[in-house]
Design a protein around this ligand. Sequence first.
Ligand SMILES: C[S@@+](CC[C@H](N)C(=O)[O-])C[C@H]1O[C@@H](n2cnc3c(N)ncnc32)[C@H](O)[C@@H]1O
Length: 512
Amino acid sequence: MRECEYIKHTSINHRKDYGQYFTPSLVSQIMVQWILRYDPQNILDPAFGLGTFYDQVIKHHQNQEYQFIAYEIDKNIIDYLNINNPKPHLTIHNCDYLETNVGKFDAIICNPPYMRFQKFLTRHDVLPKIEQQIGKKLVGYANISSVFLIKALSELNDDGSLAFIMPFEFFNTGYGKEIKQSLVENNLLKQIIIFSNEKEIFPDATTTVCILLCHKDGKKAPIKITQIKSNTELEQISDISNYYHQQIDSSNLPYNKKWTPILLSLFSDQFIPQYFVKLSVYGTFTRGIATGANEFFALTKTKINTYQLDDQNICKCITKSPQISRPVFTEYHFKMLFDADKPVYCLDVKNDEHQGIREYIALGEKLAYHQRYLTKVRNPWYKLEYRQPAPILFGVFSRGRLKVIRNLTTAINFTCYHGFYPNMFGKNFLDNLFVYLLSDIGQEIIKSNKRSYGNNLDKFEPGDLNDCFCPNQYQLALMDNMEVEKIIKTANIDEELAVKMSNDLVDKLLCF
Ligand SMILES: C[S@@+](CC[C@H](N)C(=O)[O-])C[C@H]1O[C@@H](n2cnc3c(N)ncnc32)[C@H](O)[C@@H]1O
């Protein structure tokens, strides 16, 4: 790693003087994802350092016609880059970005130096120049990073995008007010990324940081808030703009208020009632069966009869989310679906000598289902993963209320649902847990762990569910069993009433 080498050979004082803290490559990767969405022709990095953003742009920019313009004040770090041969698309200017009129850009990406502006020796010459450029007086700018941001914002082309690392404290300071006002009133700010386990992600940083993602499209939209907990989470993000946990209307982010408490309250655990424990104490949510070819593996009554598939080689299975429309799913509902010729069985080959099965597998091969992404790595290709029926199901995607199902059938499920598999301990509390998950408070608590995918569509991974909080065993045991039973019966007929009844029951146990 170039950064490690550089840090080893450079004195800490030199690095401090220039504010040289490097962006980890996983972070620069998501920032580059953001700016490349808009296919920029020219990109500015006002504080180049060792060029982590450039490295990512070179890897990921689809377009071959673009320029990457960089500024770096420190001759020493530029020498370290050892750029004897010109690098593609790159021009580095060894000068003070703040003192230079750099022109306009389609994309700006930056991890600015963080240091007190008072330490910045040429500040008296620099300020008037920037004030002239942006047409505003800059008063009380205590940290140089905010001067970088305000200058960069004035250099952004219409429809341009900007990704900037900032100290988190900037949200609360007096000097931050003006930038916050401009970010919100001009509808520039689209997304804020905050980090909950910062030492893991930014081991080098001396201040708490956040990332601002802006797009100068003039369009008003709720601001997305992403909270990153680990490097592993960062690695899995393929489109940062669609990866967020909360949204906040810009009217709820007044520029003259401190933003940190507002943002943190969105993630606060305050409303997790006392003594609650993680759901994983009672068992595990696991994703459903991924077949790789649902149209082949999901079976209707007609298909089963036509191909004479015997009982030994098929099993009951929920293959699509809408097949369950009520919170309690019984054998009666299953039979209705089967009789209506819905695909509620799946292939579960145990004896491939059977005539009907042989013919069906041959048909699958003729239609090339055995060459699909998932099927071709299975042996044999038609053998599905093993799953027991799960007594509680959870819809993977949801809009509004979350889909929690008490499954009283022996049907297994495809990936449209995650299945809850209780441990020895959880087996005693299945109905109580279901009632809690159905209640408004249970739903709110689970939602605080969700990932949003735009259009108000929430997606849950099994891990999100396992981590969500629920009452401990003593609290669950306080639920009156007769009441629980009544709620389950009611849920079968009247969901709204069942939710109300479960709210009452959960409220009661919270009073103890
Ligand atoms: C926080 S580091 C970021 C480096 C790199 N972009 C990264 O993200 O890893 C800031 C860089 O800006 C440089 N720098 C500091 N003041 C500057 C200025 N006024 N103009 C241009 N570069 C500056 C520092 O030398 C340092 O390399």
